[in-house]
Design a protein around this ligand. Structure first.
Ligand code: ADP
Ligand code: MG
Length: 209
């Protein structure tokens, strides 16, 4: 299973979601590879900041040829997660063509909702060649008890892509864990942040059924 985490907007949580999903899949016993396709190399920096044994493999591949190389690279892994860069269109296209499932992190802000049209356009282009490609929004950095947190789901209905019921709240543990090269589940298995990531994993499984 190849999961591309994409959004042409930066800072929406692509790397955060990629790392934390990879960690839960690994903890569940799967063999996981995280491809850092962002020339900035944030996931590689995350791996370098880590003192513990790796939970999963991380490689850098910031090239628009991922879709050609993916079969070879994915050998021996149950899950490959592609953490994609913002803005670079040819790389986004390549990551989409390489993926079975696209997750689009989006923050509850009108700017994020408008900016999502770019990635949706690229997905719609790819659907011409890849009819069984699946994609979904994952709302990230939701602020509890705010109207915008509730309205974002409705605002996203203008797009042809569904939103996951599971969403991720704005929580300091996401930044703090990253600084140590860890996933939230490694900091606190029982935390609400960990529960939210597990709920996204569960929804991925149901979505793919
Ligand atoms: P992207 O990869 O899309 O550019 P990142 O995953 O790097 O986005 O997130 C951008 C910043 O926001 C990072 O500093 C990250 O730690 C922080 N962040 C992301 N998601 C959350 C969250 N749910 N709660 C708190 N901070 C978050
Ligand atoms: Mg990133």
């Amino acid at each position: 299973m190849i999961i591309g985490v994409l959004n042409q907007k930066g800072g929406v949580g692509k790397t955060t979601l990629s790392i934390n999903l990879a960690a839960i899949f690994s903890r569940n016993g799967a063999r996981v590879l995280l491809i850092d396709a962002d020339p900035q190399g944030s996931a590689l920096d995350w791996a370098a900041a880590r003192n513990e044994e790796p939970l999963f493999s991380v490689i850098g591949l910031p090239r628009a040829t991922i879709h050609k190389e993916i079969n070879q690279i994915a050998k021996g892994y149950d899950y490959v997660i592609i953490d994609s860069p913002p803005r670079v269109t040819d790389l986004a296209r390549s990551a989409i063509m390489a993926s079975d499932l696209i997750l689009i992190p989006v923050q509850p802000s009108p700017y994020d909702i408008w900016a999502a049209d770019e990635i949706i356009k690229l997905i719609n282009e790819a659907l011409i060649y890849k009819q069984n490609l699946k994609s979904a929004f994952v709302i990230n950095r939701k602020i509890l008890n705010t109207a915008i947190g509730r309205d974002v789901r409705e605002a996203l209905e203008v797009y042809s892509v569904p939103s996951f019921k599971a969403s991720i709240t704005q929580r300091v543990i996401f930044a703090e864990s990253a600084a140590q090269g860890k996933a939230v589940c490694e900091i606190d298995e029982k935390s609400l942040a960990t529960k939210e990531i597990k709920a996204v994993v569960k929804e991925i499984m149901e979505f793919l059924k």
